[in-house]
Structure formats: structure tokens, C-alpha cells
Design a protein around this ligand. Structure first.
Ligand code: ADP
Length: 502
């Protein structure tokens, strides 16, 4: 029986896992780096321990320090969250060796699916349709022959790839050699493994994935689909469930294939199969993620299932609590990833101190976050600050709701992509649910901030600075345009805008 869990992660996902533990009466232990001393997951946990310096290698990726903490605090299990060690087979194996339950699949499943070539081979064996391509390490001598046979365009991908790195799209043979070398070199630096293979490039695909759960008794169910085609540089930005693109027949077929794929490797825990779906609704296995995904809340909202609780339940050796026929999609959910980055400056990260947050409230809204007023966003980790999730009875209502909550969400002190996400919600293709992985590129002009918006933002910033100056005595004069610096100008401006009466 799991009574105490160490959460080997930080940020919103550490808190999200702890929240489910709390509901289940399970004690939690937080691990944190020096840069995360003031992080919310640390104060939320029942116990906490600093495991090293800010750099991930010294803390959140340090297997032995985490195992030592787990033993010191006598935990029954470790939840790895996503990222960091969540798909590290050595970590899962170390947990097994120390008789600590790893809340996730076996080391063997992680290994089988972690390497893209190995995953493709397993899926081909299980008769799961994979993206056409090669299934072995692509050697220089075979490069041209294999790609010519496949036909251009092709995509060169790192075998150990992840996070959109180590990938190169090649339209013409003349660019092949250079792209091959670039992909190999990026793979070497990012993953310490320069093995690459090729896939046929599917033009304008949808990225649609299926969530599934498998228990230790051989039962597997799927929890339907998530549409994740709104991507910037192959990184997801907005996700929704159900997908507005596929029909019921395709949805059912994809679900059945996902169950078959999971069963073929005796998968235990929560997992996701990512598919590319072409314009004719043919779908192809892309990869399996052997962990909880960032976008899991949209599934939770639509299914009414707490995936973390199910993960713990499964790790405890219990049988799945539902059969396939018990699961139905109800209504519609959308998630937006809120990041500390400057969308107007090529999405450069914007770390710093959060001055003030106004969190959206009201019907159908869920905010999975870890930030608070005065929190300093560290430079060392991912720029995601929170996930904003809405649920409503249908897609139109969910979209209306997302517009409303993005309007309510205010974060000052660091730059965020909130305005950018608002523009996505107003883009015709998104509104119609008619978009592919090229959505961001195809709509780049429409997604740019227009002058009126930026003027409005500047006006608001000036007024906010003025109020902060009067109420709190803080001086923002340096951040206000020169011609507006004198206090009298701020006051005049505020009055002219009708927000100040003093
Ligand atoms: P990573 O593991 O690095 O995230 P994936 O294999 O999951 O890489 O692919 C990420 C994204 O890249 C996909 O969602 C899709 O947008 C694009 N992509 C990957 N492979 C292909 C392909 N064969 N054809 C078209 N787009 C692809």
C-alpha cells in the first residue's frame, strides 16, 4: 500500500501530483534544487529536501541523490512527473533495485519505447501502422540510396530524439548531406547519441494522440484523443480534446490500435501514443510517451478521471477501476501553455520576478500552476509558468470560455505569451477547428501583435506603474517612455483614459 511518495520533479507538475496524493491521504516528499528554495512545491509537500545546485544535472537529474532522499525519508514510491527522469530506464531500474515503487512503466517498457528505432520495430511487429521510413541507424554510405528510395521530402530524426531536437526536414536531394550532418551533430550534443533515421515527411499532418492506462493484470483501456497540432518549432502550445478533426470511426480505430500497441509490450501505467494523421485520416504511429504528458488535463476534464490517482492505483498493483465501455468523452476541453517568454521578440525566455498575478476564476476553469506574487522565475528550467484549462459542454463554448479566462489572466513582472494565445483563439482556422501542425507558420501574420494591441498594453503598463508608484511608492520611471515620465503626465494620462480621478 503506497502511503508516502517522493515527487522527483518541480514546478506545476510536482504540485499537481502532490494534490492528488493529498486527496488520497498519501504523504509527500519534495526534492528541490538551490534555485527552487522558494518554490511552491517545496512548501506544499509534507517534507522536503534540497538535493543540489540549480543545474538539472546536479539536482533533478541526479539519480543517486534522489534515491538517497527516497531512502532517508522511507518513501514507498517515486513519481517522476514529466521531463527530467520520467523516461529514464536507469532510474526506473534503480528504483526497482531499491524496492521503491516507480510510478510508471517498467524499465524494459521505457527502454523499448525510448529509442525511436526500437519503438518503430516493436510497433511494426505488433502490426501498428508506423510513418513510412527506415528502422535502422542511417549510415553515411546508405544516406542517398535510402532517401531516394523513400522519395522526398523526408525528415531526418534523432533516434534518441525528444523536444523537437535533432530533426531536419529535407525537400531536395541537394540539401541532404548538410541536413544529415546537422541532425547528427545536434543529436550528439543534445542526447549524447548521434544515431539518426529517416521518415517520409507527411505533408500538413495533424498531431493526434491517444491516452491509455494499463494495469499489472493485463487490462488496458484508452482514454480517447487529444489534438496537439498547434505547435511552435515542434513544441505543443495549445491542446484540446476531443480532436475537432477526426470522425468517430477514426477515433475508435485509433483507440483500438493504441490498446493493441500497449498490450504488445505489456505496458503498465499511464502512457500516450502519438500519431500523425494525414488529410485522408490515415494515421501513423509517431512515438509512445511512457509518462504523464503536459497536456493530460484535457483528458481528465473530458473523461472525469484523475490520471495521477489512476497511476498510483495501478502502481499499487490494483486492477483498473473501469472497463472500456465505462469511458465516454463528455463536452470539450482546451489547454493553453502559459510561458514566461516574449512572443514579440521571437519567444525569448523572460525570467525575472513576478510582481502580480490575477488568476482567472469562475465556471469551467482550471489553472495548474506554481507561481505566486513575488516569485522569481529561475533561468535554469523550462519557461512554462502554468497551464490554463477550460471545460465546457461543446467546443464553441469552450472556446468562448478560453477567450474569457485569457482575458482575466494577468501576470506582471515577466513577459508572457498570454496575448499571443488570445490571438490564436481568434484565428479563423482555430475557431473552425480546421488546422494542422502548420497552423502557426500559416497564420504567422495574423498572430503578430497589431499596433493597437501594443498601444493598449503600453497604456495599461503606464497606468499600472502610476498606481504602483502612488500606492506602494515604487519608482518605475525608467520603464515608462521618456515623454510620459513626469508624474503629472501619468496623472493626466490616467485621467484622460478615465481610470484615475485623483
Ligand atoms: P520529438 O520526440 O522530438 O517531440 P516527434 O517525433 O514526436 O519528435 O515529432 C514532433 C513533431 O514534429 C510532430 O508532432 C510533427 O509536428 C513533426 N513531425 C515529426 N515527424 C514527422 C513526419 N514524419 N512528417 C511530418 N511531421 C513530422
Amino acid at each position: 500500500m503506497i502511503k508516502k511518495v517522493l515527487v522527483a520533479n518541480r514546478g506545476e507538475i510536482a504540485l499537481r501530483v502532490m494534490r492528488s496524493c493529498k486527496e488520497m491521504g498519501i504523504q509527500t516528499v519534495a526534492v528541490y534544487s538551490e534555485a527552487d528554495r522558494t518554490s511552491k512545491h517545496v512548501s506544499y509537500a509534507d517534507e522536503a529536501i534540497c538535493i543540489g545546485q540549480a543545474l538539472s544535472q546536479d539536482s533533478y537529474l541526479n539519480i543517486e541523490k534522489i534515491i538517497a532522499a527516497a531512502k532517508d525519508f522511507e518513501v514507498d514510491a517515486i513519481h517522476p512527473g514529466y521531463g527530467f527522469l520520467s523516461e529514464n530506464a536507469d532510474f526506473a531500474r534503480r528504483c526497482e533495485e531499491e524496492s521503491i515503487i516507480f510510478i510508471g512503466p517498467s524499465a524494459a517498457s521505457i527502454e523499448a519505447m525510448g529509442d525511436k528505432i526500437s519503438a518503430r520495430r516493436h510497433m511494426i511487429r505488433a502490426k501498428v501502422p508506423v510513418v513510412p521510413g527506415s528502422s535502422e541507424d542511417l549510415k553515411p554510405k546508405d544516406l542517398f540510396r535510402v532517401c531516394r528510395k523513400m522519395g522526398f521530402p523526408v525528415i531526418i530524426k534523432a533516434t534518441a530524439g525528444g523536444g523537437g531536437r535533432g530533426m531536419r526536414l529535407v525537400y531536395e536531394e541537394k540539401d541532404l548531406q548538410e541536413a544529415y550532418e546537422a541532425a547528427k551533430s545536434e543529436a550528439r550534443t543534445s542526447f549524447g547519441n548521434d544515431s539518426v533515421y529517416i521518415e517520409k515527411y507527411i505533408e500538413s499532418p495533424h498531431h493526434i494522440e491517444i491516452q491509455f492506462l494499463g494495469d499489472k493484470h493485463g487490462n488496458v483501456v484508452h482514454l480517447f484523443d487529444r489534438e496537439c497540432s498547434v505547435q511552435r518549432r515542434h513544441q505543443k502550445l495549445v491542446e484540446e480534446s476531443p480532436s475537432p478533426f477526426i470522425n468517430e470511426k477514426t477515433r475508435a480505430a485509433m483507440g483500438a490500435i493504441a490498446v493493441k500497441a500497449a498490450k504488445s509490450i505489456h505496458y503498465v501505467g499511464a502512457g500516450t501514443i502519438e500519431f500523425l494523421v494525414d488529410d485522408k485520416m490515415n494515421f501513423y504511429f509517431l512515438e509512445m510517451n511512457t509518462r504523464l504528458q503536459v497536456e493530460h488535463p484535457v483528458t481528465e476534464e473530458v473523461l472525469g478521471v484523475d490520471l495521477v490517482k489512476e497511476q498510483i492505483h495501478i502502481a499499487d498493483g490494483k486492477k483498473l477501476r473501469f472497463r472500456q465501455q465505462d469511458l465516454r468523452q463528455r463536452g470539450h476541453a482546451i489547454e493553453c501553455r502559459i510561458c514566461a517568454e516574449d512572443a514579440e521578440q521571437n519567444f525569448t525566455p523572460s525570467p525575472g520576478i513576478i510582481r502580480h498575478i490575477q488568476t482567472p476564476e469562475g465556471i469551467g476553469v482550471r489553472v495548474d500552476s506554481f507561481i505566486y506574487d513575488g516569485y522569481e522565475v529561475p533561468v535554469y528550467y523550462d519557461s512554462m509558468l502554468s497551464k490554463l484549462i477550460v471545460w465546457a459542454t461543446n467546443r464553441d463554448y469552450a472556446l468562448e470560455r478560453m477567450r474569457r479566462v485569457l482575458y482575466e489572466y494577468k501576470i506582471t513582472g515577466v513577459k508572457t505569451n498570454i496575448d499571443y494565445l488570445r490571438r490564436i483563439m481568434d484565428t479563423r482556422d482555430f475557431v473552425k477547428g480546421n488546422y494542422t501542425t502548420h497552423f502557426i507558420d500559416d497564420n504567422s501574420k495574423k498572430l503578430q501583435a497589431n499596433k493597437d494591441d501594443s498601444q493598449e498594453i503600453e497604456d495599461m503598463a503606464i497606468i499600472a506603474a502610476y498606481i504602483d508608484h502612488i500606492v506602494n511608492g515604487n519608482d518605475h520611471s525608467a520603464s515608462v517612455p521618456a515623454d510620459n515620465r513626469p508624474i503629472s503626465r501619468w496623472r493626466a494620462f490616467g485621467k484622460q483614459k478615465g481610470v484615475l480621478r485623483i
